[in-house]
Design a protein around this ligand. Sequence first.
Ligand SMILES: Cc1cc2nc3c(=O)[nH]c(=O)nc-3n(C[C@H](O)[C@H](O)[C@H](O)COP(=O)(O)OP(=O)(O)OC[C@H]3O[C@@H](n4cnc5c(N)ncnc54)[C@H](O)[C@@H]3O)c2cc1C
Length: 348
Amino acid sequence: MAAGMDGMRASGVTVETDVAVIGAGPVGLFAVFQCGMLRMRCVVVDALDAIGGQCAALYPEKPIFDIPAHPEIEGGALIHKLEAQAAPFTPLYLLGRRVETLRELDGEWQLGTSAGDTIKARAVILAAGAGAFGPNRPPLEGLPGYEASGAVRYLVARREDFRGKRVVIAGGGDSAVDWALSLKEVAAHVTVVHRRPKFRAAPESSARLDAAAARGEVEMAIPYQLHGLEGDGSRLTGVVLSTLKGEQKAVPADHLLAFYGLSMELGPIAHWGLGLSHSHVAVAPATCETSLPGIHAIGDIATYPGKLKLILQGFSEAAMAAHAIHPRVFPGEALHFEYSTSKGVPAG
Ligand SMILES: Cc1cc2nc3c(=O)[nH]c(=O)nc-3n(C[C@H](O)[C@H](O)[C@H](O)COP(=O)(O)OP(=O)(O)OC[C@H]3O[C@@H](n4cnc5c(N)ncnc54)[C@H](O)[C@@H]3O)c2cc1C
């Protein structure tokens, strides 16, 4: 395995590992540490471009008060510490891709991702929370064709893609405001669409956007919302906007950037035969094993009598799952329970 290629974004990766971890939230990250302590290598896949799950995506600056030994720690800081704790074991992170398929192959598991990767693993730890994070999509006719061509996007990977282009930016939060301010420097024209004059963005950024609009550098379409897309189904030529009263106007555009936040959806996990109930996977409490041998579920997605959806409980499940998986990875090898103080941190 190509170990230690942190945050890898290449697609079409083929890799073999001991344990495939689905989800790089706090619980998935701690599972990497626990597996590493038992000399099991991990590949971690997440739909998001960054590790951290809910902590990083939803509340990076909010303090958490119930992490043992941290009277107070922000979501983002907790993730940094978990990443550092897992780092000695050089996990391979495959980010920005969703695990789509899971099938048994010769007593092992083979995972396929939306980026065309194939991961073969002796065991799987499903730490998928409430599902894969993805953008909230506007309900517009013909959207998939424009998404596929890159005309409609939900994030900016390269500012240069928008040089000389007419860009419509929809949304009222920090992403919409910050990208409007940034892209006005390279785009031919930027229109910001929002339902109301007030933005949910940092006040100084909102003030800078107002000033840019006053100078004519950005066009504000307020109070408007997205109504439709114009083009040939792939190449975008315009975006139709409407007010709540139904007044419409069309804005010429090459790109639509929709920043309506993130949502989580279980998506393909529901079809893996795990017997989901209310979006949760029932596990055996002592091992976190699901109804499929070698597939262990931990963290928010796992349920059993007495389950609390807390990070600290997910940490303990990670330890139990790793110990339960050990005999699959090292058949016939006795596993003697040891404290970390006794054995230290084995090299990855
Ligand atoms: C505002 C807020 C405050 C909170 N405060 C606290 C608190 O004070 N204390 C506490 O203990 N808990 C708190 N929580 C809950 C806590 O964040 C969750 O319990 C925790 O994040 C669960 O961790 P996890 O690793 O199981 O899942 P998540 O953090 O949900 O991570 C799951 C990851 O899996 C990925 N994923 C899912 N499916 C796939 C797939 N098919 N392919 C690829 N990737 C996939 C997702 O993209 C996601 O990144 C809070 C939650 C919120 C929203």
